[in-house]
Write a protein of this length. Structure first.
Length: 118
């Protein structure tokens, strides 16, 4: 009995230490928005493309993704990406704002998409 209690206590201590190690580099981000340092990261660019494609489905538009030009992220129960991107509407390049949420299951959700060109 004492051995199993010791094992459980040791396991809990290990898991809590592992959790702190994994999350300590991101603790400063929790709750607040931070600028995205590498906007050219393929993951960030793919989120912009996702936003344009999802907006096309929902709004029945035919925008063509160009690139993400700036953004910031917020760690919550998942991650919010507040992005500025360019997309072609016909032959005209326009700037759009979007909010993409990635949940804890790593699934993307388009929260908002709006024209900033006006």
């Amino acid at each position: 009995m004492a051995m199993s209690l010791f094992f459980v206590a040791s396991l809990l201590l290990f898991v809590s230490m592992l959790s702190v190690t994994v999350t300590s580099s991101r603790l400063d981000l929790v709750g607040g928005y931070e600028p995205i340092k590498n906007i050219d990261d393929p993951h960030i660019q793919s989120l912009g493309e996702f936003a344009v494609n999802e907006n096309n489905k929902q709004a029945k538009t035919q925008l063509k993704f160009e690139k993400v030009i700036s953004g910031k992220l917020q760690i919550v129960a998942g991650t919010n990406y507040d992005l500025r991107l360019t997309a072609l509407e016909g032959t005209v390049s326009k700037t759009y704002g979007t909010l993409v949420f990635i949940d804890l299951k790593n699934e993307n959700h388009l929260i908002n998409f709006y024209d900033l060109s006006n």
